[in-house]
Design a protein around this ligand. Structure first.
Ligand code: ADP
Ligand code: MG
Length: 256
């Protein structure tokens, strides 16, 4: 079994609060895993444990053949894990284009300034960076490319979410983690998001995705595994129909 990501018995405590309780799952190369569960269930904490924002209190995280438990976030990005955040972490005072370029250099670890302004960086290398960033802005729904010189802080909410995805992709991840990408999107924008993820998967069959979502239309659109977390514990897993029908899942959602 050659999973790209394996989380084994991960537990994360914050003082007396058990935010993750002995969670195990794996994601294969090219797979899409959806993580659902009520507010406060531990979904974002799971991303933080995978990406090295937190070291789990116990348990292991393995990625692409290496144990990366507790590795610093920049190392996890460099190994090929890209993510977006539930609450946007864009650089509001930088342009849309610069936000994507920064995403690229998160991967190389040299930092955007180092990469762009090193004495050795040639004009040609800089032009290649800009070209690649522009291609990412053209690829998704919306008109981010036309807005590339705007300050990211002035974008509409849906465009901010799209920009987060473009920036995460700039690091050329093997695994893309999306934390509630449809938050703040209306129905039409959400449909466009579904189409964006579907296109991405068509273009990069080997890209693995973990999607935290509250909008069941987005979850349903991808015929892969779903896990449901409640109070930090995995309470169900399987395909969407099976998880949705699970009485524990229904109770978890009704109880809130
Ligand atoms: P979800 O993303 O499923 O809504 P979170 O992972 O954000 O849930 O949070 C799970 C629980 O862990 C919540 O009770 C939250 O308050 C708590 N939590 C998350 N991060 C921290 C932290 N850094 N310190 C203390 N408690 C935290
Ligand atoms: Mg969350």
């Amino acid at each position: 079994m050659n999973a790209l990501l394996e989380v084994e018995n991960a537990t994360m405590r914050f003082g007396g609060l058990v935010a993750l309780n002995d969670i195990s799952f794996s994601v294969g190369r090219g797979e899409v895993l959806a993580v659902i569960g009520p507010n406060g269930a531990g979904k974002s904490t799971l991303f933080n444990v995978v990406t090295g924002v937190y070291r789990p209190t116990s348990g292991r995280v393995r990625f692409d053949g290496s144990d990366i438990t507790g590795h610093p976030a920049h190392d996890v990005v460099a190994r090929g894990v890209g993510r977006t955040f539930q609450t946007s972490r864009l650089f509001s005072d930088l342009s849309v284009l610069d936000n994507v370029i920064i995403g690229m250099h998160t991967r190389t670890g040299t930092g955007v300034l180092g990469a762009l302004f090193l004495p050795g960086a040639s004009r040609r290398e800089m032009a290649a960076c800009v070209e690649k960033a522009e291609a990412l802005l053209k690829a998704g729904s919306g008109d981010l490319f036309e807005q590339r010189y705007r300050l990211a802080g002035t974008l509409a909410q849906a465009d901010r979410r799209r920009l987060e995805i473009a920036r995460a992709l700039a690091s050329e991840p093997k695994l893309l983690l999306l934390d509630e990408p449809s938050v703040g999107m209306d129905e039409i924008e959400t449909d466009a998001l579904i189409a964006d993820i579907a296109r991405l998967k068509r273009e990069r069959a080997d890209l693995s995705v973990i999607l935290i979502e509250h909008d069941m239309r987005v979850v349903e659109a991808f015929p892969h595994q779903v896990i449901c977390i409640d109070y930090g514990s995995k309470i169900a897993e399987g395909d969407f129909a099976a998880v949705k029908a699970d009485p524990r899942v229904q109770e978890a959602y009704l109880g809130k």
